[in-house]
Design a binder for this molecule. Structure first.
Ligand SMILES: [Zn+2]
Length: 86
């Protein structure tokens, strides 16, 4: 099964079988939001934080926003970018 990667943490947490991708990443708690993905430097859409800022947080804290730090888990082996090369 093909997976898509989360735009925030880069882990492959999204099953591409999902027709509508409205979901929250288990690894970084980023909510998939096409509007925010198209304008990554703007605080816009469901996450109330810009994608650029969320990525910075993920690098530092392992979560897109520190308030969600207890909601997330480590990526599974099959979700790691190095295990999902085309
Ligand atoms: Zn993520």
């Amino acid at each position: 099964m093909m997976r898509l990667h989360c735009p925030c943490c880069e882990n492959f947490t999204v099953d591409s079988d999902d027709e509508v991708i409205v979901d929250i990443c288990d690894v970084c708690f980023w909510q998939y939001d096409v509007t925010a993905h198209e304008q990554p430097d703007r605080n816009i859409g469901a996450n109330h934080i810009s994608l650029t800022h969320a990525k910075e947080n993920y690098r530092q804290f392992g979560v897109c926003k520190k308030e969600f730090i207890h909601m997330v888990r480590k990526p599974l082996q099959e979700e790691l970018p190095e295990n999902n090369k085309e």
